[in-house]
Design a protein around this ligand. Sequence first.
Ligand code: RFL
Ligand code: PHB
Length: 401
Amino acid sequence: MNRKTQVGILGAGPAGLMLSHLLHRAGIASVVLEARDRDYVEQRVRAGVLEQGVVDLLNEAGVGERMQREGLRHEGIELRFGGTGHRIDFPSLTGGRAIMVYGQQEVVKDLIRARLADGGTILFDVANAMPQGFDTGKPSIRYTHAGAEHMLACDFIAGCDGFHGVSRQAIPAGALSAFERTYPFAWLGILAQAPPTHDELIYAYHDHGFALYSMRSPQITRLYLQVAPDADLAAWPDARIWSELHARLETGDGWKLTEGPVLERLLAPMRSFVAEPMRFGRLFLAGDAAHIVPPTGAKGMNLAMADVRTLAHALAGFYATGREDGLAAYSPTCLARIWRAEHFSWWMTSMLHRFPDDDAFGRRLQRSQLEYVTSSRAAAASLAENYVGLPFADLEELPHA
Ligand code: RFL
Ligand code: PHB
């Protein structure tokens, strides 16, 4: 069967769903094609930290109501090293900004519900999706759904299909430059049925390696440990995970980590990656399809949201005026923010982890950096403004169509 729409979107992650929602609000039709089923997408536990600007964007776009009710506003984080905790206070360092702890899968659930309530089309369980014709001005996406072959004809394609998706791969070799760094460690993450006993996230620097204390709700703790890049989950029974978390997170102040049943475990590789430019003809890449950061700066989902904000605005400008300048500015506008987040994520990662080739000099440098960001107001303010998120790019007001 052949279908037609204005924007064909690959991927129903935060990027694809938010793009479809923002386009709808601008009066632009789209169809979202997703490889997985709805349940899988809604249960996939990943990011948890929303920047202030993303919180504002979700609210302004009318999809922030449950987040406002159930999300946890955090006004700081703690950096823990040398047996002591040091708090970075966001509002006083950033002119009142903060973050929201609200699970990525909750954002995804809210966006899917909003799209369907507005009569939007999301096709789940799509196989063999292949963008084509985007260099000729007649783009389309071929795909298989419910056992039949289909073709979606569109004006533009948005590749929001994540790091392992087909969109970036569909661009001819040589048209993209890739910039990449891998790290010699991974994160082992767990979700535990244990009420958080600390109000804010804790980033811990420890001789055994990095650990992160986070949460999802007043009942659920989210915890991460730095492990070897080739770590095997089978070698990490619950008792070993808890013992390492106690060792790396607890300090001399009497605070204790509460244990509880482990609901979920995952291993996350650590990588920095950017593909430039984020456009080829009428195909636009957004979110993880174009760039990856290590999770230490909590930037991945936030960058995905910033990309689609810019893309939705550029497409709205095109449909309102026929002019292409907004579309031409998409990639450079996004890349400026992306490279700032790439640097911040790399910097946080470098400051907080153990590296296999660490020597005493390197460890002393890390300690000095940690002491500096927790004692100098200027250095703390730099960390804080990056963590809560720098202001979004100014987008020109659209002329009325
Ligand atoms: P997603 O979420 O990967 O969604 C892509 C969607 O595309 C689908 N897909 C396809 N669909 C059709 N055809 C194909 N051929 C397809 N191939 C793939 C996939 O099924 C999927 O539904 O990308 P998107 O939308 O760009 O969103 C990016 C975020 O998911 C990602 O950056 C964050 O999760 C990263 N991240 C964090 N980001 C933050 O902002 N704050 C955090 O605190 C944070 N913590 C994290 C993280 C990522 C982590 N992991 C597991 C990598 C913590 C971890 C542990
Ligand atoms: C999380 O809660 O999953 C989380 C928080 C902060 C990070 C990464 C992940 O830097």
